[in-house]
Design a protein around this ligand. Structure first.
Ligand code: AP5
Length: 194
């Protein structure tokens, strides 16, 4: 498996992006960059960024695109991101797609977009079981609405670019990992063949 890849993990809230990002990052030897984790760390540390985003995160709405652009620009500039990375939770609006392209300096800076699909009832079941601050049922439903309205359009965009690979996330964790690794293998073989 080639490293040095720039990958995006896409999927609704509680689809397992964070779980799979940690496993794939380890296997591929690249950092998993989770904007959700970064914002929660800022919130818990009480930093200026954290104070700004805490209220928005608690409602299930998205932090504004300009703030996210600076957070991601700064993170991708760090040394450990030079050899590739796995983005978990960014981009999630079409504006963020354009911002990422601008940060990377071109439109073909991403190698593959992995979409994890899971039915809504299972997403809500997982949230209620996990019980994070933003996992109360009405907040989860709001996060799902936001995903449908603002993030789902990215699926068609990346599909048109030929970058999208879809996996069934309603399977045991290790089976989802296998599907993702397979999707990446298929992607790299196509890359070799073309
Ligand atoms: P973020 O942390 O990105 O939340 P999310 O997208 O809603 O994703 P989750 O962390 O809830 O779920 P996940 O898909 O990572 O699943 P996980 O592996 O944890 O963002 C939080 C908030 O920050 C946003 O609402 C927004 O306010 C803000 N934010 C972040 N990025 C932003 C951006 N780019 N722009 C604007 N705002 C932004 O798994 C979930 C649960 O399911 C766990 O308990 C896990 O153990 C379990 N599980 C995982 N896989 C399986 C499986 N296969 N079978 C059964 N259970 C499983």
């Amino acid at each position: 498996m080639a490293d040095g890849r720039r990958l995006i993990l896409l999927g609704p809230p509680n689809s397992g992006k964070g779980t799979q990002a940690a496993i794939l990052a380890e296997r591929l030897g690249i950092p998993a960059i989770s904007t959700g984790d970064m914002l929660r760390a800022a919130r818990d540390a009480g930093s200026e960024l954290g104070r700004k985003v805490a209220g928005i995160m608690a409602t299930g709405e998205l932090v504004d695109d300009d703030t996210m652009k600076e957070v991601v620009r700064e993170r991708l500039a760090r040394q450990d991101a030079r050899g590739g990375y796995l983005l978990d939770g960014y981009p999630r609006t079409m504006r963020q797609v354009r911002d990422l392209e601008e940060i990377l300096g071109n439109t073909d800076g991403i190698d593959c977009v992995l979409l994890i699909r899971v039915p809504d009832e299972e997403l809500i079941r997982r949230a209620l079981e996990r019980g994070r601050e933003d996992d109360q049922e009405e907040v989860v439903r709001q996060r799902l609405n936001v995903y449908e309205e603002k993030t789902e359009p990215l699926i068609g965009y990346y599909r048109k670019l030929g970058l999208l690979r879809e996996v069934d996330g309603h399977r045991p964790i290790e089976e989802v990992t296998s599907q993702l690794m397979e999707a990446l293998g298929a992607e790299s073989q196509e890359g070799v063949a073309s």
